[in-house]
Design a binder for this molecule. Structure first.
Ligand code: TXA
Ligand code: MG
Length: 339
Protein backbone atom coordinates (compact mmCIF):
# COMPACT_ATOMS: atom_id res chain seq x y z
CA UNK A 1 0.00 0.00 0.00
CA UNK A 2 1.36 3.40 -0.94
CA UNK A 3 1.50 5.83 1.95
CA UNK A 4 1.19 9.44 0.88
CA UNK A 5 1.70 11.76 3.79
CA UNK A 6 1.85 15.49 4.03
CA UNK A 7 4.75 17.40 5.49
CA UNK A 8 4.31 19.02 8.88
CA UNK A 9 4.50 22.80 9.11
CA UNK A 10 7.90 22.54 10.78
CA UNK A 11 9.32 20.31 8.02
CA UNK A 12 7.88 22.54 5.36
CA UNK A 13 9.32 25.70 6.89
CA UNK A 14 12.75 24.06 7.21
CA UNK A 15 12.63 23.01 3.54
CA UNK A 16 11.55 26.44 2.32
CA UNK A 17 14.22 28.13 4.45
CA UNK A 18 16.87 25.77 3.02
CA UNK A 19 15.82 26.67 -0.53
CA UNK A 20 15.95 30.40 0.32
CA UNK A 21 19.43 29.87 1.85
CA UNK A 22 20.65 28.34 -1.41
CA UNK A 23 20.78 24.82 0.02
CA UNK A 24 19.48 21.51 -1.37
CA UNK A 25 16.18 19.87 -0.45
CA UNK A 26 15.14 16.36 -1.47
CA UNK A 27 11.41 15.88 -1.92
CA UNK A 28 9.03 13.16 -3.09
CA UNK A 29 7.16 13.32 -6.36
CA UNK A 30 4.74 10.75 -7.77
CA UNK A 31 7.55 9.48 -10.06
CA UNK A 32 10.82 9.47 -8.04
CA UNK A 33 12.45 11.70 -5.39
CA UNK A 34 13.92 14.95 -6.67
CA UNK A 35 17.02 16.83 -5.50
CA UNK A 36 15.87 20.43 -5.49
CA UNK A 37 17.38 23.91 -5.47
CA UNK A 38 15.99 27.38 -6.08
CA UNK A 39 16.00 27.51 -9.90
CA UNK A 40 16.69 31.25 -9.79
CA UNK A 41 19.88 30.85 -7.76
CA UNK A 42 22.73 29.57 -9.99
CA UNK A 43 25.06 29.00 -7.01
CA UNK A 44 22.45 26.75 -5.41
CA UNK A 45 21.75 24.92 -8.67
CA UNK A 46 25.47 24.24 -9.07
CA UNK A 47 25.37 22.32 -5.78
CA UNK A 48 22.98 19.82 -7.39
CA UNK A 49 25.60 18.93 -10.00
CA UNK A 50 28.29 18.64 -7.32
CA UNK A 51 26.16 16.41 -5.07
CA UNK A 52 25.19 14.12 -7.94
CA UNK A 53 28.56 14.09 -9.70
CA UNK A 54 26.63 15.03 -12.84
CA UNK A 55 28.16 16.91 -15.80
CA UNK A 56 26.77 20.45 -16.03
CA UNK A 57 25.92 19.88 -19.70
CA UNK A 58 22.92 17.79 -18.59
CA UNK A 59 20.03 20.23 -18.08
CA UNK A 60 17.55 20.07 -15.19
CA UNK A 61 13.77 20.05 -14.95
CA UNK A 62 12.14 23.13 -13.37
CA UNK A 63 9.23 22.10 -11.14
CA UNK A 64 6.25 24.46 -10.66
CA UNK A 65 3.13 24.14 -8.52
CA UNK A 66 0.85 24.98 -11.45
CA UNK A 67 1.11 26.42 -14.96
CA UNK A 68 0.18 29.89 -13.67
CA UNK A 69 3.78 31.19 -13.72
CA UNK A 70 4.80 29.29 -16.84
CA UNK A 71 5.44 32.54 -18.73
CA UNK A 72 8.29 33.37 -16.31
CA UNK A 73 10.19 30.32 -17.58
CA UNK A 74 8.92 29.81 -21.11
CA UNK A 75 9.17 32.27 -24.03
CA UNK A 76 6.14 30.93 -25.82
CA UNK A 77 3.79 28.03 -25.14
CA UNK A 78 3.15 26.08 -28.37
CA UNK A 79 -0.50 25.18 -28.82
CA UNK A 80 0.20 21.44 -28.44
CA UNK A 81 1.92 22.11 -25.10
CA UNK A 82 -1.10 24.02 -23.79
CA UNK A 83 -3.28 21.01 -24.64
CA UNK A 84 -0.89 18.55 -22.98
CA UNK A 85 -0.65 20.73 -19.86
CA UNK A 86 -4.42 20.88 -19.64
CA UNK A 87 -4.71 17.09 -19.84
CA UNK A 88 -1.67 15.83 -17.88
CA UNK A 89 -0.67 18.50 -15.31
CA UNK A 90 -0.27 18.07 -12.45
CA UNK A 91 1.26 14.69 -13.25
CA UNK A 92 4.17 12.64 -14.60
CA UNK A 93 4.78 14.65 -17.79
CA UNK A 94 7.77 16.96 -18.44
CA UNK A 95 7.68 19.36 -21.38
CA UNK A 96 10.77 20.79 -23.06
CA UNK A 97 9.74 24.27 -24.25
CA UNK A 98 11.36 27.43 -25.65
CA UNK A 99 13.10 29.11 -22.69
CA UNK A 100 12.47 32.60 -21.41
CA UNK A 101 15.55 34.88 -21.61
CA UNK A 102 16.10 35.15 -17.83
CA UNK A 103 16.36 31.38 -17.17
CA UNK A 104 19.89 30.58 -15.99
CA UNK A 105 22.22 28.60 -18.26
CA UNK A 106 23.15 26.28 -15.40
CA UNK A 107 19.52 25.05 -15.43
CA UNK A 108 19.22 24.59 -19.21
CA UNK A 109 22.76 23.51 -20.03
CA UNK A 110 22.92 26.67 -22.16
CA UNK A 111 20.26 25.36 -24.54
CA UNK A 112 17.44 27.42 -25.99
CA UNK A 113 14.88 25.24 -24.23
CA UNK A 114 13.83 24.56 -20.65
CA UNK A 115 12.19 21.43 -19.22
CA UNK A 116 9.11 22.09 -17.03
CA UNK A 117 7.03 19.76 -14.88
CA UNK A 118 4.10 20.25 -12.50
CA UNK A 119 4.18 17.24 -10.14
CA UNK A 120 0.99 15.98 -8.48
CA UNK A 121 2.45 14.54 -5.25
CA UNK A 122 0.80 16.41 -2.35
CA UNK A 123 4.12 17.01 -0.58
CA UNK A 124 5.78 18.32 -3.76
CA UNK A 125 2.76 20.59 -4.22
CA UNK A 126 2.99 21.80 -0.62
CA UNK A 127 6.68 22.59 -1.02
CA UNK A 128 6.30 24.36 -4.37
CA UNK A 129 3.38 26.43 -3.16
CA UNK A 130 5.08 27.39 0.10
CA UNK A 131 8.33 28.27 -1.70
CA UNK A 132 6.48 30.17 -4.39
CA UNK A 133 9.10 29.80 -7.13
CA UNK A 134 10.55 27.21 -9.51
CA UNK A 135 12.56 24.32 -8.07
CA UNK A 136 15.21 22.85 -10.35
CA UNK A 137 15.44 19.14 -9.60
CA UNK A 138 16.88 16.04 -11.17
CA UNK A 139 16.30 12.62 -9.62
CA UNK A 140 18.02 12.52 -6.20
CA UNK A 141 20.62 9.85 -7.02
CA UNK A 142 24.33 9.86 -7.89
CA UNK A 143 24.84 10.39 -11.63
CA UNK A 144 24.06 7.27 -13.69
CA UNK A 145 22.63 5.32 -10.75
CA UNK A 146 19.16 4.08 -9.85
CA UNK A 147 16.62 6.78 -9.09
CA UNK A 148 15.40 6.89 -5.46
CA UNK A 149 11.82 5.91 -4.74
CA UNK A 150 12.07 6.18 -0.93
CA UNK A 151 13.53 8.86 1.34
CA UNK A 152 16.04 6.37 2.76
CA UNK A 153 17.51 5.83 -0.74
CA UNK A 154 18.28 9.56 -0.86
CA UNK A 155 19.85 9.62 2.61
CA UNK A 156 21.95 6.53 1.82
CA UNK A 157 23.27 7.97 -1.41
CA UNK A 158 23.54 11.72 -0.87
CA UNK A 159 23.68 12.05 2.91
CA UNK A 160 25.09 15.36 4.10
CA UNK A 161 24.89 17.11 0.73
CA UNK A 162 21.16 17.60 1.30
CA UNK A 163 20.01 19.90 4.09
CA UNK A 164 16.42 18.62 4.26
CA UNK A 165 14.92 15.34 3.04
CA UNK A 166 11.11 15.43 3.00
CA UNK A 167 9.83 11.89 3.53
CA UNK A 168 6.67 11.12 1.58
CA UNK A 169 6.95 7.35 1.71
CA UNK A 170 7.23 5.30 -1.46
CA UNK A 171 6.74 7.04 -4.79
CA UNK A 172 3.53 5.89 -6.38
CA UNK A 173 4.75 5.47 -9.98
CA UNK A 174 8.40 4.60 -9.41
CA UNK A 175 9.80 5.59 -12.83
CA UNK A 176 10.80 9.08 -14.00
CA UNK A 177 8.32 11.27 -15.90
CA UNK A 178 7.60 11.04 -19.61
CA UNK A 179 9.57 13.81 -21.36
CA UNK A 180 8.27 15.44 -24.53
CA UNK A 181 9.76 18.26 -26.59
CA UNK A 182 7.11 20.67 -27.89
CA UNK A 183 7.64 23.27 -30.58
CA UNK A 184 5.74 24.57 -33.56
CA UNK A 185 6.65 21.43 -35.54
CA UNK A 186 4.85 19.20 -33.05
CA UNK A 187 5.62 16.88 -30.13
CA UNK A 188 8.49 14.39 -29.79
CA UNK A 189 8.80 11.86 -26.99
CA UNK A 190 12.32 12.06 -25.53
CA UNK A 191 11.84 9.64 -22.63
CA UNK A 192 8.96 7.16 -22.12
CA UNK A 193 7.15 7.20 -18.78
CA UNK A 194 3.77 6.67 -17.14
CA UNK A 195 2.05 8.98 -19.64
CA UNK A 196 2.11 6.72 -22.70
CA UNK A 197 2.62 7.59 -26.37
CA UNK A 198 -0.99 6.49 -27.04
CA UNK A 199 -2.28 8.94 -24.40
CA UNK A 200 -0.23 11.75 -25.93
CA UNK A 201 -1.49 10.88 -29.40
CA UNK A 202 -5.07 11.06 -28.10
CA UNK A 203 -4.47 14.70 -27.17
CA UNK A 204 -2.28 15.96 -30.03
CA UNK A 205 -3.22 13.59 -32.89
CA UNK A 206 -0.99 13.92 -35.94
CA UNK A 207 1.15 16.59 -34.23
CA UNK A 208 2.98 13.68 -32.57
CA UNK A 209 6.27 13.13 -34.39
CA UNK A 210 7.06 9.42 -34.17
CA UNK A 211 10.36 8.55 -32.52
CA UNK A 212 11.77 6.85 -35.62
CA UNK A 213 12.23 10.36 -37.01
CA UNK A 214 14.08 11.64 -33.92
CA UNK A 215 17.11 13.76 -34.55
CA UNK A 216 20.45 13.53 -32.82
CA UNK A 217 20.34 13.81 -29.00
CA UNK A 218 19.72 17.26 -27.63
CA UNK A 219 21.87 16.54 -24.66
CA UNK A 220 25.59 16.40 -25.33
CA UNK A 221 27.65 13.46 -24.18
CA UNK A 222 26.64 9.91 -23.48
CA UNK A 223 27.42 7.46 -20.74
CA UNK A 224 27.99 3.70 -20.89
CA UNK A 225 24.92 3.07 -18.80
CA UNK A 226 22.21 4.82 -16.84
CA UNK A 227 19.60 4.01 -14.19
CA UNK A 228 22.07 1.27 -13.35
CA UNK A 229 22.92 -0.95 -10.38
CA UNK A 230 26.61 -1.63 -9.71
CA UNK A 231 26.25 -5.34 -10.36
CA UNK A 232 26.34 -6.09 -14.14
CA UNK A 233 22.78 -6.49 -15.42
CA UNK A 234 21.83 -8.68 -18.37
CA UNK A 235 18.42 -8.96 -20.02
CA UNK A 236 17.45 -12.56 -20.81
CA UNK A 237 14.68 -13.79 -23.18
CA UNK A 238 11.59 -14.53 -21.07
CA UNK A 239 11.45 -18.27 -21.73
CA UNK A 240 15.12 -18.80 -20.85
CA UNK A 241 15.27 -17.25 -17.39
CA UNK A 242 15.36 -20.50 -15.38
CA UNK A 243 17.91 -22.18 -17.66
CA UNK A 244 20.12 -19.08 -17.70
CA UNK A 245 19.99 -18.72 -13.91
CA UNK A 246 20.88 -22.38 -13.52
CA UNK A 247 23.77 -22.14 -16.02
CA UNK A 248 25.15 -18.86 -14.62
CA UNK A 249 25.16 -20.15 -11.03
CA UNK A 250 27.16 -23.30 -11.87
CA UNK A 251 30.15 -23.77 -9.60
CA UNK A 252 28.52 -21.78 -6.80
CA UNK A 253 28.51 -18.34 -8.48
CA UNK A 254 25.88 -16.22 -6.82
CA UNK A 255 23.32 -14.87 -9.29
CA UNK A 256 20.39 -12.47 -8.85
CA UNK A 257 17.20 -12.70 -10.90
CA UNK A 258 14.41 -10.20 -11.50
CA UNK A 259 11.56 -12.16 -13.04
CA UNK A 260 7.81 -11.89 -13.59
CA UNK A 261 7.04 -15.27 -12.05
CA UNK A 262 8.37 -17.74 -9.50
CA UNK A 263 11.26 -20.05 -10.47
CA UNK A 264 10.27 -23.42 -11.96
CA UNK A 265 12.47 -25.12 -9.39
CA UNK A 266 14.64 -23.83 -6.58
CA UNK A 267 18.12 -22.79 -7.71
CA UNK A 268 20.72 -23.07 -4.99
CA UNK A 269 22.84 -19.95 -5.54
CA UNK A 270 20.14 -17.72 -6.99
CA UNK A 271 18.41 -14.77 -5.27
CA UNK A 272 15.10 -14.57 -7.14
CA UNK A 273 12.59 -11.70 -7.04
CA UNK A 274 9.19 -12.25 -8.62
CA UNK A 275 8.13 -8.72 -9.63
CA UNK A 276 4.86 -9.93 -11.13
CA UNK A 277 3.09 -9.36 -14.45
CA UNK A 278 1.39 -6.04 -13.81
CA UNK A 279 3.34 -3.13 -15.31
CA UNK A 280 2.19 -0.56 -12.70
CA UNK A 281 3.32 -2.71 -9.79
CA UNK A 282 6.52 -3.75 -11.60
CA UNK A 283 7.42 -0.09 -12.24
CA UNK A 284 6.56 0.91 -8.68
CA UNK A 285 8.96 -1.72 -7.30
CA UNK A 286 11.63 -1.70 -10.01
CA UNK A 287 14.34 0.53 -8.50
CA UNK A 288 13.83 -0.80 -4.97
CA UNK A 289 14.09 -4.36 -6.33
CA UNK A 290 17.28 -3.54 -8.23
CA UNK A 291 18.73 -1.92 -5.09
CA UNK A 292 17.91 -5.06 -3.10
CA UNK A 293 19.51 -7.34 -5.71
CA UNK A 294 22.51 -5.02 -5.98
CA UNK A 295 23.15 -5.53 -2.25
CA UNK A 296 22.79 -9.32 -2.42
CA UNK A 297 26.47 -9.90 -3.20
CA UNK A 298 25.83 -11.48 -6.61
CA UNK A 299 28.08 -11.49 -9.67
CA UNK A 300 25.32 -10.74 -12.11
CA UNK A 301 21.67 -9.64 -12.21
CA UNK A 302 19.62 -11.51 -14.83
CA UNK A 303 16.40 -9.72 -15.79
CA UNK A 304 13.60 -11.60 -17.54
CA UNK A 305 12.74 -9.58 -20.68
CA UNK A 306 9.42 -7.76 -20.25
CA UNK A 307 6.44 -8.05 -22.63
CA UNK A 308 6.47 -6.22 -25.91
CA UNK A 309 3.38 -4.08 -25.33
CA UNK A 310 3.21 -0.34 -24.81
CA UNK A 311 2.37 -0.51 -21.11
CA UNK A 312 5.88 -1.87 -20.57
CA UNK A 313 7.66 0.74 -22.75
CA UNK A 314 9.07 2.88 -19.92
CA UNK A 315 10.16 -0.20 -17.96
CA UNK A 316 11.83 -1.72 -21.03
CA UNK A 317 13.59 1.59 -21.72
CA UNK A 318 15.07 1.78 -18.19
CA UNK A 319 16.10 -1.89 -18.20
CA UNK A 320 17.89 -1.51 -21.54
CA UNK A 321 19.78 1.52 -20.20
CA UNK A 322 20.63 -0.30 -16.98
CA UNK A 323 21.97 -3.32 -18.89
CA UNK A 324 25.75 -3.02 -18.85
CA UNK A 325 26.23 -5.00 -22.00
CA UNK A 326 23.95 -3.32 -24.51
CA UNK A 327 23.13 0.28 -23.62
CA UNK A 328 25.16 3.29 -24.65
CA UNK A 329 22.33 5.80 -24.59
CA UNK A 330 22.22 8.85 -22.33
CA UNK A 331 19.34 9.68 -20.07
CA UNK A 332 17.00 11.72 -22.25
CA UNK A 333 15.70 8.90 -24.37
CA UNK A 334 16.56 11.10 -27.32
CA UNK A 335 19.16 8.89 -28.92
CA UNK A 336 16.70 6.43 -30.45
CA UNK A 337 19.49 3.89 -30.84
CA UNK A 338 18.06 1.42 -28.36
CA UNK A 339 18.29 -2.13 -29.66
O1 TXA B 1 10.22 12.21 -12.90
C1 TXA B 1 11.13 13.01 -13.15
O2 TXA B 1 11.24 13.57 -14.25
C2 TXA B 1 12.14 13.29 -12.02
C3 TXA B 1 11.41 14.03 -10.92
C4 TXA B 1 12.32 14.43 -9.80
O3 TXA B 1 10.74 15.15 -11.45
N1 TXA B 1 13.24 14.06 -12.52
C5 TXA B 1 14.17 13.54 -13.37
O4 TXA B 1 15.20 14.42 -13.66
O5 TXA B 1 14.13 12.41 -13.80
P1 TXA B 1 16.56 13.98 -14.34
O6 TXA B 1 17.41 15.18 -14.36
O7 TXA B 1 17.09 12.80 -13.65
O8 TXA B 1 16.15 13.64 -15.79
C6 TXA B 1 15.67 14.68 -16.63
C7 TXA B 1 16.14 14.50 -18.03
C8 TXA B 1 17.66 14.55 -18.16
O9 TXA B 1 18.09 13.47 -18.95
C9 TXA B 1 17.93 15.85 -18.88
O10 TXA B 1 19.05 15.74 -19.71
C10 TXA B 1 16.63 16.03 -19.66
O11 TXA B 1 15.64 15.60 -18.78
N2 TXA B 1 16.41 17.44 -19.98
C11 TXA B 1 16.29 18.47 -19.12
N3 TXA B 1 16.17 19.64 -19.77
C12 TXA B 1 16.20 19.34 -21.08
C13 TXA B 1 16.14 20.11 -22.28
N4 TXA B 1 16.03 21.45 -22.25
N5 TXA B 1 16.22 19.46 -23.46
C14 TXA B 1 16.34 18.10 -23.49
N6 TXA B 1 16.41 17.32 -22.41
C15 TXA B 1 16.35 17.92 -21.23
MG1 MG C 1 17.97 11.03 -13.30
Amino acid sequence: MVRIVRATQVELEAAVQALRDGELVAFPTETVYGLGANAQNPVAVRKIFEAKGRPTTHPLIVHLDSPRYLHRWVREVPEVAARLAERFWPGPLTMVLPRAPNVHDIVTGGQDTVAIRVPSHPMAQQLLTAFGGGIAAPSANRYGRLSPTRAEHVRDELGDAVRVVLDGGECQIGLESTIVACDNDGVRVLRPGAVTVAQIREVVGDRLIESSTLEAPRVPGSTPSHYAPRTPLVIVPAGEIDARAEAASQGGRRIAVLAQRLPLKSHKYVTWINAGRRPEQYAHDLYANLRTLDKAGCEQILVQAVPDDERWDAIRDRLIRAASSISDADDTGATAVLP
